[in-house]
Design a binder for this molecule. Sequence first.
Ligand SMILES: [Zn+2]
Length: 67
Amino acid sequence: MMKGDNIMSFSRGPKEPIPEVDTNVWACTGDECQGWMRESYSFEEVPKCPLCESEMQQEVRVLPELK
Ligand SMILES: [Zn+2]
């Protein structure tokens, strides 16, 4: 057991972990770009990347659930 691990988990973060769920997102198709957004945050049918304006494609990621 590592000394310090307990303190970290005790003093950090919410008491109840946020559940992670499969989430539809738009991911940037740019080679170097990490841009993505939640589908529920996009207002266009096929949004463009806010960072580099490339096309985006739908994929599913596991993300913390939004309440
Ligand atoms: Zn991009």
